[in-house]
Write a protein that binds this ligand. Structure first.
Ligand SMILES: *[C@@H]1O[C@H](CO)[C@@H](O)[C@H](O)[C@H]1NC(C)=O
Ligand SMILES: *[C@@H]1O[C@H](CO)[C@@H](O)[C@H](O)[C@H]1NC(C)=O
Ligand SMILES: *[C@@H]1O[C@H](CO)[C@@H](O)[C@H](O)[C@H]1NC(C)=O
Length: 361
């Protein structure tokens, strides 16, 4: 599991800041060694409770599968949508060490912005920023260009303090911020290529076996199984039947690639600038095609006609158009931007594309 590599899930912000007193109710507040701004003054006592709950959770959570993710935990990345629960979140994040982005490596430590109480009887929030390198697979990029996408990743976690010493916090949400270039430059670089159109069509034709079934407007999950049962008969097929089948398949593939190439690479929002992955684009189908490899639940999302999935949702048709500014406060975004420049060495954009492989350090 690669979750830990995406620091969303490490609460590393507390590493090195303090160690928990072994047995004491009387935790010093503010925490010794913590930056004044981290656990700030106004609500100091409540903020300290949040801080120590987080520290206790981190102490508990040495496993690779973070115990903080529950079925009700949501991960929200505005340009792509919301992903729920351990399975949904794992699946989504696995795309960051998948086919198009082959690896994601963190450069340097995560930098904490704040740990604070947001009231409501034990609700807390933390903000961190980190620098990540995303290694792009040149097989899928335009002109097979080698590329590395480096950028600030902002993470905001909202959790409750629980009474359970073994699970001291209950996480409601992980919200992720990236610079716009994650979509408009990185995603675009590989979703413009024909190799990616072929990737999408391989999922449609071979994983989902969905092409040419556009007349149904909801996905038939039984279809794949009933078809593969017929596979035994295929053994008896003559060579010429096989050849004509593969010729037909090639034709379907060509049609499909043509249809995929007619889509936009990414969706650009009403402001003419903001990129989205959740619209009717190749980018959306690359993401859901990747997920469909392991989970056919995503098959309806990859198809060209809008199809309803098992949850009654339609994806890769109309972007929800959610902006980072709908999710994060100006203060949060200012922190990501400041860290991008002061700590990670980016300009005001918050990241950069480098047209060579990511350095492996
Ligand atoms: C966390 O806090 C929210 C807001 O007060 C509440 O709705 C929710 O039930 C709480 N969750 C737990 C597990 O305490
Ligand atoms: C890809 O290569 C072609 C031919 O050399 C060139 O015209 C085109 O601009 C290149 N595209 C990109 C995005 O580099
Ligand atoms: C798909 O999106 C189009 C416009 O973007 C919209 O008119 C249509 O209703 C959507 N289809 C479904 C099934 O939601």
């Amino acid at each position: 599991m690669k979750l830990k590599s995406f620091a969303t899930f490490h609460l590393v912000l507390l590493n090195g800041l303090c160690s928990l007193p072994a047995s004491s109710q009387e935790y010093p507040c503010p925490p010794p060694g913590a930056d004044e701004a981290l656990v700030d003054g106004e609500n100091l006592v409540e903020n300290c409770k949040c801080f120590y709950a987080l520290a206790a959770a981190q102490k508990q959570d040495q496993s690779d599968t973070p115990t903080q993710i529950k079925e009700h935990t949501v991960m929200h990345y505005a340009p792509a949508g919301k992903y729920y629960g351990p399975d949904g979140i794992t699946e989504y994040l696995s795309a960051l060490s998948g086919d198009h982005v082959t690896a994601t490596t963190q450069i340097g430590p995560s930098i904490p912005g704040y740990v604070r109480s947001i009231g409501n009887g034990g609700q807390c929030r933390t903000l961190t920023a980190e620098s990540q390198n995303m290694h792009l697979n040149p097989y899928y990029t335009v002109n097979n260009t080698e590329a590395c996408a480096s950028m600030t990743i902002g993470v905001r976690v909202t959790f409750n303090i629980t009474d359970d010493p073994f699970e001291p916090i209950d996480v409601q949400s992980y919200e992720i911020w990236t610079p716009n270039l994650f979509v408009t430059e990185m995603f675009s670089l590989f979703s413009r290529s024909e190799a990616s159109a072929e990737y999408i069509c391989d999922k449609i034709l071979n994983v989902c076996e969905d092409y040419g079934n556009g007349e149904s407007d909801s996905w038939d999950y039984s279809m794949k199984n009933s078809r593969s049962e017929g596979g035994v008969r295929g053994l008896k097929k003559s060579k010429s039947a096989k050849a004509s089948k593969s010729a037909k398949m090639n034709e379907k593939m060509e049609d499909c690639v043509e249809q995929a190439m007619a889509l936009p690479d990414v969706t650009i929002g009403a402001d003419g600038v903001t990129g989205f992955i959740d619209g009717n684009s190749r980018a959306c189908r690359i993401l859901h095609g990747f997920m469909a490899k392991n989970n056919q639940h995503h098959c309806p999302h990859v198809s060209f006609d809008p199809e309803v999935d098992a949850d009654g949702k339609i994806k890769c048709n109309e972007s929800a158009g959610i902006l980072h500014t709908d999710v994060f406060t100006q203060e949060d975004i200012a922190f990501f931007s400041l860290m991008g420049q002061a700590a990670f060495g980016f300009d005001e954009v918050g990241g950069r594309m480098t047209y060579e492989p990511c350095s492996v350090v």
